[in-house]
Design a protein around this ligand. Sequence first.
Ligand SMILES: [Cu+2]
Length: 133
Amino acid sequence: MAEGRVVLGVAVVLIVAALIVDPFTRAAGAADPIRISVPIKNRTLANQAQKSIRITQGDLLELVFTSDERAELHLHGYDLHLNVEAGVPAVLRVDAKFTGRFPLESHQFGTATEQSAAARSHLTLLHLEVYPK
Ligand SMILES: [Cu+2]
């Protein structure tokens, strides 16, 4: 009976400790996100230097895409999808848990129903490289 109370007491203490400590460890561990603006023009990167974007495992990355026309983007590996409307910045958040080299493709440009091969072809716009820490 008393043993049960002790176990319960310990559990409560641990839960309370986790609740108290967690916001601080998160605040200390989670750096500000790395924000990179990635403009797309004429269905390609406006800045070809962004063909490879290198970050470190554990980073929180925000790729802020702008495009001169509607675009559907897909980050392979992380399997993240993003729809970008023309002229409206759209943010792809990547919590960089996995290391490796991941292609970011366009799946569709123009209207969602545009059927031309050019609009629908999967083009690799850039590679995201996540290095181990
Ligand atoms: Cu894809």
